[in-house]
Ligand binder design. Sequence first.
Ligand SMILES: Nc1nc2c(ncn2[C@@H]2O[C@H](COP(=O)(O)OP(=O)(O)OP(=O)(O)O)[C@@H](O)[C@H]2O)c(=O)[nH]1
Ligand SMILES: [Mg+2]
Length: 635
Amino acid sequence: MRPEKALKVALIGNPSVGKSTLFSRLTGIGVLISNYPGTTMEVAHGRVVHDDILLDLTDLPGIYSLDTLNPEEKTVLNYLKEEKPDIILNVIDSTRLERNLYLTLELLELDTPVIVALNMVDEAAMIGIQIDHEQFAGLLGTAVIPTSAQKGTGLEELMHAFRTPHAADGQRHVRYDRHVESYIEQLKAMGLRRNEAVLLLSHGNTEGRSEDIATAVAIMRDEITSSHEAPVLEILAGNRYSEAGLIARSVMRHKPASQMSLRERIDDLLVSPLWGFAILAAIMLAMLLTVFFVGGFLEELIVGTFDQYILQPVTAALSAHPLIQVIVEYTLIGVQAGFGIVVPYIMTFYVLMALLENSGYLTRAAFLLDEIMHRFKLHGRAMIPMILGFGCSVPAIMSTKALQTRRERIVTSTLVCLVPCSARSIVILDLVASFVSIWAGLSIYVLMLIIAVVVAWLLGRIVKGEEMGLVLEMVPLRVPGVKDVVEKTWMQMKEFIYVAFPLLIAGSAVLGVLQYVGFLDLMNSLLSPITTGWLGLPDFTATALIFGILRKEMALETLAIMAGTANFSLAMTPLQMYVFAVFTTIYMPCIASIAMLKRVLGWKDTAWITLLTVVLALLVSGLIAQIVPVIMSLL
Ligand SMILES: Nc1nc2c(ncn2[C@@H]2O[C@H](COP(=O)(O)OP(=O)(O)OP(=O)(O)O)[C@@H](O)[C@H]2O)c(=O)[nH]1
Ligand SMILES: [Mg+2]
């Protein structure tokens, strides 16, 4: 029997506790899951039937409390106010019980029934922490279900808890300071509920309340503040912290580890000043080399096979109208470039990025670089979007939403646009590293690093706004789950297969038509003052650069089509390949990145960033094209 009414469940908890993992376990919907705080920046919904109940689940961004009203907290509070969920599923990390409990205590005071998912019990067991969940449930006055979202345990019990509703009344309420409690009682006598009284006392926002209540609250807040010599919010927070501590200590059975575990030792190395940087450099280099060799190997295999069994036989056998012929040929070369060049490189890249994201390493890199980043008036946290940028700029720009100030978001997004994403890496690796030399390929990454440092320094001075301190949550290091990595890679490859591939095939066919009617020649010659004049490139590169705005890897695919071969050394000199790759890496974010920039920053800043990248690209690659021949002639 299909249930009529859906049970609205909101997943709420601290960052990186496994809310999204649980959400995708329960709904089967793929959402981003990574081991760094602030993965979920946008609300995700999922509707699913489990036996006899229809669940309407919402995955929300991670928050630490309901006190400071930062953007994520506002998202959660607005959701609670507007959507009025039937149940709050509070996900907590068993390895960090005490800190997680602060938010739990706040949630329990609201009017909505709370069910606690005591997540990561697998990890807790590994480090010797056991939690008496029955005693815990008794203390909280609600259901507590031990789960491991990653391993998928405890889900049935969770379903059972959803089916057996309880009222919010019996849930634990923090016992505040005597002084505060007596005021709460007075407010209750004036007709308010306890949680309303607590909220009014902590924030003092009496909008929509009677004058009596507003006056009483104002007097009470003043008295509490003056007698404790601290803001009311701080006093309430102090009470919650000590209660969280008490509860955690009474339900936790801790077996102290006798010696430093291997994991802790690795962790120490990762953030130590000397080894830390060496490891960071080694990881980045290893990643690029792996992509280059694995991708290159697969490419050769696929391109060769495609050439021999499809491209050559088909073009040889085809005798049709020249227009048809050119369309078929261009489309086939497009497909070959997509399958042969893009898939091998991008897939290898995605797998490696997924490993990195899910290992917890990103927060170590952020911690390691925190001091340096502050010289550029950025927080170490800004490192996370930049490293994500090596995969794809779009989620990387989205993740800048986790930064606290607009200034940091603008500067970091600009820098993300200068990080060679996997699509740009394809151009660098498949063109320059393959046909010029691997060192030439790697030198482009060094060049981009130098450019990023200069731009960061300049923007640090130009873009106004405050610099904010922010606590960086250190997530535990963990061996990434195979399933998570496969799922994540597939999620991203799907985007490529469903969105980029049709675009590529249609684009190739359109190119064929445009070529046939002579439009490409016209466009190429219009742009030739820039391409051939200033950049010293063959004129057909103009078409490739324009198509590269749609998607960066299309620059290379179009280049292959225009050059009539994927063996680029037949059509371009090494310097031309180098200049083309540098230009493609810097100029204009792709359309999808522009759309994301607009969402995060608005049109004006997006336009500035785009303009900046175009000017930079023209400047840097033009200078290379002009100066290198002069130097060569002097040698
Ligand atoms: N060992 C273990 N790892 C888990 C468990 N649940 C989630 N994880 C891992 O914890 C990390 C964070 O998971 P997410 O689901 O992205 O966490 P989140 O709470 O949605 O995080 P934000 O969106 O940043 O607030 C990922 O690396 C998961 O694989 C679990 O039960 N056990
Ligand atoms: Mg999440």
